[in-house]
Design a protein around this ligand. Structure first.
Ligand code: WTA
Length: 685
């Protein structure tokens, strides 16, 4: 998407034609689909009166219902403290432990039940089933190690750079048991990207794994830890210990050597902690549970700080009533725990409800597009959750595969990007066999859990639309002047949430000013106000609201590109390109892609006198991969003689975006260098 905000003038409208907004606006209104009576009969939430109970005049006390799903050591005194807007404090005075709520409290009734089904990518390797009792034992032993071997205590930060294995939730829960703040970095990110997060969070312990399977290969993951530690040191952060899980216990699967005195194989150290138990630390509700770094409008990724009480209450409630999780369900969220979706809806939400949660190591289409349906059939998964990118890939590679398997989903989720109605209908008909309800859930890393979604047994579904705000969430769309856009107006604007909610992040780690500026300053009515009504939360997405009240999310209004559902900052990619000495300017634009939604095209200009070459382009691409990770790899690196610029020297990314998407770049006569546009068109053909 271009740098520009939503269109104000007709001329601009044409120019932003490449934006997700415009692509989505071309979708016609769709017919409704109804949930089946069979689904409704068993659903956790069927009372439409819920919306009155969560109306704004019941705010904030209505959220007591969320917190009451948890076990508290000490009940809170104040549901919401708004004395220092927009730093909202939920359930103040309460004492709680997230690990206790996800593990210990289930032992009475569910100790023999599977908590985690770990499915290795190689199909000849049997899945592992970890009961709640086994999870309890492993979490306790590892918590003892973190406490006694690493000296970690409540409030310390630890960076995790782990793949999709059962040891990842074990590690997270062990941290939570001690009140240690975990910061899990997506395993596909590079060692350098991991280093930035280690430095920002000031972690002195890094927890990783030697290797993992991905698309048929056993990848050496430990080597990334070496880069991460070295780079973090160059940012001034010393890592004292690297703890290494083994993908195959008692075997080292990485050729990368251990560094004496720094690297420790967890399974060796754990021997000393066998059978140990660690009392869960009674933490204030508002203490941070974890940091999750995400790309924002400017600069480096920012650490979204989530609180124990509010966050856990929010993901538990939404897992129960929007995901419709019952303890007897086998629930599979096919996402990565390295993203917020995995934190909320693979680990904390489902485990707080004593569900069985599937952790799948590999890629959905490996070795073929029938894989997810075989897993679902074998484990008898009945709730399935994934992204439009995964659905598109499975549809492309195996449109008829789901029919070959005897799986039955009662409920399916889509999350992370707009889903095209056509793709939604395939998901419904083929994957859900026409029987499953679908929820299209819109939310963000910052939000902790779902903001907009249908309530599955109450609302009808409408392909391509997320639905209304969930109970307790009151969205509003403002235009650029701050005027509310009515439902059914057909106009797109900036979607905001009127009220605070318990799942919302507390701040950006070490950058509270940016938290206020980026999310609240735009529509704040009075910066002195102590009234939450004056502080709408700006999500950073464009949206339209249909006459029926359903929101359709159109995509980012800022410099964030959503590649395959993963947020990448244009600045991060451009900075990586600028590390190549020959490059003087870089501009990245999103290109529509049939599978990944969006992919980046990277335009670069070289120092005067240098000739473009494939070799330079390759180095630019390699720099992006090593700085961020393979998910950010540009589709193309296009070396241009000059960037199209305004007279004030601003790069016109929207012109480049139009060229990359084979659209009309519109009137370019006002540019400082209009003649360059045709040359770029030629190069980018
Ligand atoms: C986009 C992922 C359309 C949106 C949970 C948002 C969506 C960004 C949807 C957040 C959806 C998420 N329909 N777009 N159902 N869900 N998005 O932080 O642009 O990785 O701002 O959180 O994904 O991405 P994030």
């Amino acid at each position: 998407m271009s740098k520009d905000k939503l269109p104000r003038h007709a001329t601009e409208q044409q120019n932003v034609e490449v934006s997700e907004a415009q692509i989505a606006v071309h979708w016609p209104e769709e017919d409704y689909f109804s949930p089946s009576n069979r689904f409704i009969a068993q659903a956790n939430l069927t009372d439409a009166g819920i919306f009155a109970r969560f109306a704004l005049d019941k705010f904030p006390e209505c959220f007591k219902e969320f917190a009451d799903l948890l076990d508290w050591y000490k009940y809170w005194e104040t549901t919401l403290d708004t004395s220092n807007p927009p730093f909202w404090r939920w359930f103040v005075g309460g004492k709680i432990n997230a690990c206790y709520n996800c593990v210990d409290r289930h032992l009475g009734q569910h100790k023999n039940k599977t908590a985690i089904h770990f499915v290795p990518e190689p199909e000849d390797e049997a899945p592992q089933h970890l009961t709640y009792q086994e999870l309890f034992v492993r979490v306790n032993e590892f918590a003892a190690l973190l406490r006694d071997f690493c000296g970690l205590k409540a409030g310390d930060r630890v960076t995790l750079h782990m793949p999709m294995v059962a040891e990842l939730p074990i590690t997270m829960l062990a941290c939570a048991r001690l009140g240690v703040i975990h910061s899990q970095v997506f395993s596909g990110f590079s060692g350098k990207a991991c280093a930035d997060r280690i430095a920002d969070s000031e972690s002195r312990v890094l927890i990783t794994m030697d290797a993992y399977h991905r698309a048929g290969n056993l990848l050496d993951h430990k080597e990334k830890a070496d880069t991460a530690v070295m780079e973090a040191a160059s940012h001034g952060q010393q890592v004292d210990k690297v703890l290494i899980w083994q993908r195959y216990p008692s075997k080292n699967s990485s050729p990368t050597k251990l560094v004496e005195g720094r690297d420790f194989v967890i399974n060796d150290v754990l021997k000393k902690f066998r059978g140990q138990r660690v009392e869960p630390v009674q933490m204030p509700a508002e203490a941070p549970l974890f940091l999750m770094y995400t790309s924002g409008t400017t600069g480096r990724p920012k650490g979204c700080q989530h609180a124990i009480g509010g966050y856990l209450a929010y993901v538990t409630w939404t897992s129960k009533f929007i995901q419709d999780i019952h303890p007897e369900d086998v629930y599979w969220c096919m996402a990565d725990i390295g993203w917020i979706t995995g934190h909320s809806y693979i680990v904390y939400g489902p485990l707080a409800l004593a569900a069985s949660s599937v952790v799948y190591e590999g890629v959905p289409t490996y070795p073929d597009a029938g894989r997810p349906w075989r897993i679902a059939e074998n484990l008898d998964v009945n709730i399935f959750h994934t992204s439009p990118t995964a659905i598109r890939a499975l549809r492309r590679d195996g449109p008829d595969e789901p029919a070959k398997y005897n799986h039955h989903f009662k409920h399916m989720t889509t999350v992370g990007e707009p889903i095209e109605p056509e793709v939604w209908k395939w998901y419904h008909k083929m994957v859900g066999k026409g029987q499953a309800v679908i929820v299209d859930t819109w939310w963000q890393t910052e939000n902790g859990g779902f903001l907009c979604s249908t309530v599955p047994a109450i609302h009808k579904m409408k392909p391509g639309s997320a639905g209304p705000g969930i109970p307790g969430i009151h969205p509003v769309i403002y235009d650029d002047e701050g005027k509310e856009l009515a439902s059914g107006s057909g106009k797109a604007g900036n979607i905001c949430i009127r009220n605070p909610w318990p799942g919302g992040f507390q701040t950006i780690w070490k950058d509270p000013e940016r938290y206020v500026r980026q999310y609240y300053s735009r529509y704040c009515r009075n910066p002195e106000s102590k009234d939450w009504r004056d502080w709408p939360y700006l999500a950073g997405d464009g949206a339209v609201q249909a006459a029926d009240g359903y929101y359709r999310i159109l995509g980012r209004i800022d410099d964030v590109i959503n590649v395959a559902g993963h947020r990448l900052g244009t600045k991060e990619i451009e900075s990586a390109a600028l590390l190549v000495p020959e490059v003087v300017e870089a501009a990245v634009v999103p290109v529509a892609d049939p599978i990944k939604g969006k992919v980046p095209d990277l335009y670069v200009a070289l120092k005067p006198g240098l000739a473009p070459s494939e070799e330079i382009a390759n180095r630019v691409s390699a720099s992006v991969v090593s700085e961020i990770g393979a998910i950010a790899r540009p589709r193309r690196v296009i070396v241009v003689p000059d960037m199209p610029k305004t007279r004030s020297g601003k790069i016109m990314r929207r012109v480049l975006a139009a060229i990359s998407n084979h659209l009309d770049p519109g009137d370019v006569s006002t540019l400082a260098n209009p003649e360059v546009v045709d040359k770029i068109k030629e190069l980018a053909k």
